[in-house]
Design a protein around this ligand. Structure first.
Ligand code: SAM
Length: 277
């Protein structure tokens, strides 16, 4: 097969910044990401963003089946060359963020997500799997290094936020590889990291909606106390906010960003039980 860069040139492919098109060329890195994701011959893999098919091809070799979503139809002729022989692979030309998750998962048993994500849509893609997926076992994705740090942050750090708590509710996130910007073409302005999220070992809550709302309130204004954020967001009198937090065993004057995801889960259950959320 010709070099991917030659194939891109042959079809006059123009990189589109708006789609976050920073491709990987290094075969060692591609194989390493496949290993990071724990892909084996039993795995069904969903990839978001086939690009020129470099990671798709590596996934195809290791997995049972690959379904890769790509928004940019101008990559179709390129992919039809780079994915020659990848019989277990299907490229679906559509915006992954459109359509509902039940439809995307229909006909699949459990699956693994592995992708070099387009940076402009990283958090919404992750939230889709966190909040809507039923059959996803794990998500291994290349993201900007600072975003990876937010996914796996500990409470009481600047990186800790709503997305950290949302992920911790469903499982565990770990940075498994740092990747310098020099590994991509065109070269982005930031370094990246591969983060793996396993959907096990999370915690349950009584209401998903109440949990999402509680997390939003906890980080509404990071410098304010949880009591103040609760009062402002839910229009509660101070005494009521105090009373609810005391019931949840939360000390006075605490800020949301100091509480663990599981504690936020307990507070959300309490707000739900008391008809506040
Ligand atoms: N997997 C390739 C690689 O690693 O070389 C390409 C990765 S590149 C960072 C991201 C790819 O996602 C681009 O090809 C881009 O066109 C595609 N993309 C961007 N937004 C998308 C969306 N909403 N749905 C599906 N694909 C998208």
């Amino acid at each position: 097969m010709e070099e991917v860069s030659e194939i891109l040139k042959k079809y006059g492919f123009a990189f589109k910044k708006k789609f976050g098109q920073n491709f990987i060329a290094d075969p060692n890195l591609l194989d390493a990401i496949v290993r990071d994701a724990g892909i084996d011959k039993n795995a069904t893999v969903i990839e978001i963003g086939a690009g020129a098919g470099a990671l798709t091809r590596a996934l195809s070799k290791a997995a049972d089946r690959v379904i890769s979503y790509e928004i940019d139809r101008t990559l179709a002729p390129v992919l039809s060359e780079t994915l020659v022989g990848c019989e277990n692979t299907e490229v679906v030309f559509r915006d992954f963020m459109k359509g509902n998750m039940t439809e995307l998962e229909s006909g699949l048993k459990s699956y693994t997500v592995c992708a070099n994500l387009p940076y402009y849509v990283t958090t919404p893609v992750i939230l889709r799997f966190i909040e809507e997926a039923q059959k996803c076992r794990s998500v291994t994705v290349m993201v900007q290094e600072e975003v990876a740090a937010r996914f796996s942050a500990k409470e009481n750090t600047p990186e800790y936020g709503a997305i950290t708590a949302a992920i911790a509710h469903r499982g565990t996130a770990k940075i498994v590889r740092k990747v310098p910007r020099t590994m991509f073409y065109p070269r982005p302005n930031v370094d990246s990291a591969v983060v793996r999220i396993d959907f096990e070992g999370g915690f349950s809550v009584e209401s998903e909606k109440a949990f999402r709302e509680t997390v939003k309130i906890a980080f509404l204004s990071r410098r304010k106390t949880l009591e103040n954020n609760l009062m402002n967001a839910l229009h509660l009198p101070r005494e009521r906010a105090k009373e609810l937090l005391a019931l949840a065993g939360v000390e006075q004057g605490i800020r949301g960003e100091t509480l663990s995801p599981a504690t936020l889960g307990k507070i959300s259950d309490l707000l739900h039980e008391n008809g506040v959320l």
